[in-house]
Ligand binder design. Structure first.
Ligand SMILES: [Zn+2]
Length: 133
């Protein structure tokens, strides 16, 4: 027996009510509430709703916003819409595969993209890379 298991977790169907509120109803978690804010390991960030890889750890940076932030996404992983709620025009970001709401993208990020993907940590599942740092 190999003992090899898949601990991805995204296929288990065990999303919490708070995760469902964000993914399905465009909710927003409290800033600073996500343990992913302090996640520094190498790996990839997957959609909590369907397990699609969305971001690599190398594009994560500390924006000071209180939400996990990235300056670039995996090509084709995300879709965007224009969000004009709350009297602002923002760009809403969702998973291109399952349409789950993830957060927003702002044009005030660092080089080379100048973008700041401001994500709800609850909408993401972090999968550490095996056997390396
Ligand atoms: Zn998804």
């Amino acid at each position: 027996m190999s003992g090899k298991t898949d601990n991805g977790g995204a296929q288990c169907g065990c999303l919490t009510p708070e995760q469902l509120r964000i993914l399905r109803e465009h909710g927003t978690e409290r800033p600073g509430s996500s343990p992913l804010n302090n996640e520094k390991r190498s790996g990839e960030y997957r959609c909590a709703g369907c397990g699609t890889p969305l971001f690599y750890s190398g594009t994560k940076y500390e924006s000071g916003s209180g939400w996990p932030s990235f300056y670039d996404a995996i090509p084709g992983a995300l879709g965007t819409t224009t969000d004009t709620t709350h009297g602002m025009t923002r760009t809403e970001v969702h998973c291109a595969h399952c349409n789950g709401h993830l957060g927003h993208v702002f044009p005030d990020g660092p080089p080379p993209t100048g973008l700041r993907y401001c994500m709800n940590g609850l909408a993401l599942t972090f999968v550490p890379r095996d056997g390396g740092t």
